[in-house]
Design a binder for this molecule. Structure first.
Ligand SMILES: NC(=O)c1ccc[n+]([C@@H]2O[C@H](COP(=O)([O-])OP(=O)(O)OC[C@H]3O[C@@H](n4cnc5c(N)ncnc54)[C@H](O)[C@@H]3O)[C@@H](O)[C@H]2O)c1
Length: 458
């Protein structure tokens, strides 16, 4: 099949790569010329310098004969003549702090696409084309997509909602072997087209392939994200807080008690200072906004959002309230800049809020480190007289009065040994419980510790 992806970000690039690996001919169109150049470079290192996703570089290089990247709209228009499916993979961020999804990227791209679709096959529009929404959008977006296409006079088309469930950091792995594929369509014809797109998943015995209507698909995506976000909120704000409130309760032990109950399940017991990233927060906000717009209460959804926000504020405030320190003139190691490990994505990373807080509080100097996200983070916070990016975590933690661990990169588990061997005695703020196996030794060596899910140790 000939498949067009509009938007070559985390979702577009990863699912396009997997489509190419499934034997389809792919064009990825994105307005970001630098990104397109790097993704199309046929060089793993260049590709991953732009989108750091395990396996993406190899897959794109391996299948480069079936996938083209372009930011020239003329290429897209030529491709449309023989195109079977168009995947819309556009950003849908929150508008300010309103909860409402900003669908302007999606609508803009759909309107432009519509004006090109009417010209296909020399204006005869003979070829049937399915427009598939992969972005996470408001539940009624399918109707708006049809309105846009109809208003432009597009003929011979279908619309499908096919939400993406990939997890950043495992995006390629998830796209090659998803837990489930959800296809929301209105007609058997469109379901049939999608089965052909996803033949390898449709035929697989261990992948759930679900055919529903488009609104069920869109609602299912938002609700699934809310459910996961809520589990994290409960972990941070109830389980972790209980462990912080009482001496002698180890979070990891309590977690095992809870997770061994199959009704509770074992996902989501990662105590952390914040659940960041591009999806959970905005999707919960969008769900809440849509429920309230429909005249329904959204108290639990709102409370989950607030629990996550509260977690970061409370964690950072413990430096003053429990350790009694002032940030003014302190030297801080900020270890981890990506919102989580295995990605260079910094959207809603707690390190952004931490940097703002440190700047406001008059911090002396910040030494920042991340194995993948330094360059992306430096676009938001350029190196300065008070901010230095270092090439190894050692260069950050051994200079600091306060070490803040903000990302769960596995290598950070070695920071305890590093600090003890160096002989320094910083306040360690462990926002991910990366060093819990070394807390006792670190305290014995003179460090003090503030960790999510533990009382203050000194
Ligand atoms: N990132 C995830 O883990 C994830 C998972 C599931 C669903 N989603 C959803 O998928 C959608 C895309 O997310 P993402 O993380 O890939 O975003 P992204 O920001 O990484 O990628 C979006 C891309 O669209 C491009 N773009 C913007 N306007 C365009 C236009 N008019 N024409 C062509 N390209 C245009 C941008 O340049 C960017 O490269 C969002 O709705 C998101 O909520 C994301």
């Amino acid at each position: 099949m000939n498949i067009l992806y509009i938007g070559g970000g985390f979702v577009g690039a990863c699912s396009a790569a997997v489509s190419a690996a499934s034997g389809h001919n792919i064009l990825v169109f994105d307005i970001d010329t630098e990104k397109i150049k790097k993704l199309g470079a046929k060089d793993r290192n260049i590709i991953e310098s732009c989108l750091f996703e395990k396996g993406l570089g190899d897959l794109l290089v391996q299948h480069s004969d079936r996938i083209t990247f372009s930011s020239d709209y003329a290429d897209l228009e030529v491709f449309l003549d023989a195109c079977d499916v168009v995947f819309m993979c556009l950003p849908t961020p929150e508008i300010g702090e309103t909860g409402e999804s900003d669908v302007s990227y999606y609508v803009g791209a759909a309107e432009k696409l519509a004006s090109s679709l009417i010209k296909r096959n020399k204006g005869k529009q003979e070829r049937y084309v399915v427009i598939v929404n992969k972005s996470t959008v408001p539940i009624d977006m399918i109707d708006r997509t049809e309105e846009i296409l109809d208003a432009a006079g597009v003929k011979n088309y279908g619309v499908v909602s096919n939400p993406e469930f990939l997890v950043e950091g495992k995006a390629v792995q998830n796209s090659l072997k998803p837990d489930r594929v959800v296809v929301g369509a209105k007609t058997e014809k469109d379901f049939a087209v999608m089965r052909e797109v996803y033949q390898r998943f449709f035929d697989a015995t261990d992948i759930v392939y679900l055919e529903v209507n488009p609104k069920e698909a869109a609602a299912g995506k938002l609700l699934a994200n809310f459910y996961l976000f809520n589990k994290l909120g409960v972990c941070f704000d109830v389980v972790g807080r209980t462990c912080e409130a009482f001496d002698g309760i180890q979070f990891e032990k309590v977690r095992k008690i809870l997770a061994s109950d199959v009704r509770i399940g074992n996902w989501g017991f990662y105590n952390s200072m914040y659940a960041g990233g591009s999806c959970f927060i905005k999707d919960a906000r969008s769900l809440s906004h849509q429920l309230q717009k429909a005249g329904k209460a959204a108290c639990l959804v709102e409370e989950t959002y607030l629990a996550n926000k509260r977690q970061l504020t409370l964690f950072l405030s413990r430096a003053k309230t429990e350790a009694g320190i002032s940030w003014k003139d302190k030297t801080v190691a900020l270890v981890g800049l990506a919102f989580k490990r295995d990605t260079n994505d910094v959207r809603n990373s707690p390190s952004i809020d931490i940097m703002h807080m440190l700047e406001e509080e008059g911090v002396g100097h910040v030494y920042a480190y991340d194995p993948a996200a330094k360059d992306v983070f430096a676009k938001l916070f350029p190196a300065s007289q008070t901010l230095t990016y270092v090439d190894h975590e050692y260069d950050a933690v051994t200079r600091a009065d306060v070490v803040i661990i903000a990302t769960d990169w596995p290598q950070f588990r070695g920071l305890g040994d590093m600090i003890i061997a160096h002989g320094s005695t910083p306040l360690v703020m462990d926002g991910r419980r990366m060093l819990q196996h070394r807390y006792e030794d670190m305290i014995a060596a003179g460090c003090s510790i503030i960790a999510v899910g533990s009382p203050y140790f000194s």
